[in-house]
Design a protein around this ligand. Structure first.
Ligand code: SF4
Ligand code: SF4
Length: 200
């Protein structure tokens, strides 16, 4: 059935007129008030910047602009950033290739090939462990599911990119090379550069 708009009669509130006064129609006073607010913030920020930069008053902070990438906004401690594989003391992966993370991953972006571990006390080791970050939705399920605490998302690295889909696949070696971020979330490892973005 075709739907039709229903006309609604809106009552005019007492003491309120829909007509703008002459002063409101020119907006002159409102424009001047707006300019005053802008000028107030401009000069107040400039004064705080001067105190901070010239007179080294560390507590005086000007506008809230973050000078990224030289300056980074502190990240929340629970932020999920680029994955890393945790290493044992001998540098080998803590991962035992149990496939729990691969199974739980809703984006199907973890690819593991298991191999026998040289140590008979450890059953398996990942011969290959790839994460396709082009598909990852950063849900953190892989971290939650891991029984060995072998995968974490605490590198603080968020600026990874690539020119191709293949470049978004991070290998076991790349993930093992990453370190946890500092307590304020600043990365300690450089952002991994995929092969297609390396200078030739
Ligand atoms: S964060 Fe989620 S989507 Fe990404 S690899 Fe882990 S389980 Fe898969
Ligand atoms: S869940 Fe943990 S131990 Fe199992 S394959 Fe994934 S990273 Fe390795």
């Amino acid at each position: 059935m075709e739907s039709r708009p229903v006309p609604v009669d809106r009552p005019v509130e007492s003491g309120h007129s829909n007509r703008l006064s002459l002063r409101q129609r020119f907006y002159l006073l409102e424009v001047l008030v707006g300019l005053g607010v802008t000028a107030h913030h401009f000069f107040a920020n400039m004064w705080r910047h001067t105190l901070h930069t010239v007179f080294r008053v560390k507590s005086a902070r000007g506008a809230v602009t973050i000078q990224y990438p030289d300056e980074r906004r502190p990240y929340a401690p629970r932020l999920r950033s680029l994955h890393r594989l945790v290493r044992r003391e001998d540098g080998s992966p803590r991962c035992v290739a149990c496939m729990m993370c691969e199974t739980v991953c809703p984006a199907h972006c973890i690819y593991i090939i298991a191999a026998e571990h040289p140590n008979p006390e450890i059953e398996k080791v990942p011969e290959r462990f790839d994460i396709d970050l082009g598909k990852c939705v950063f849900c953190g399920y892989c971290v939650e599911a891991c029984p060995e605490d072998a995968i974490r998302m605490d590198t603080g690295i968020l600026e990874f990119s690539s020119y191709s889909r293949a470049g978004m696949i991070y290998t076991k070696e790349a993930l093992l090379a990453l370190e946890p971020a500092r307590p304020d979330g600043t990365p300690t490892s450089p952002v991994p550069i995929p092969p297609d973005m390396r200078p030739s």
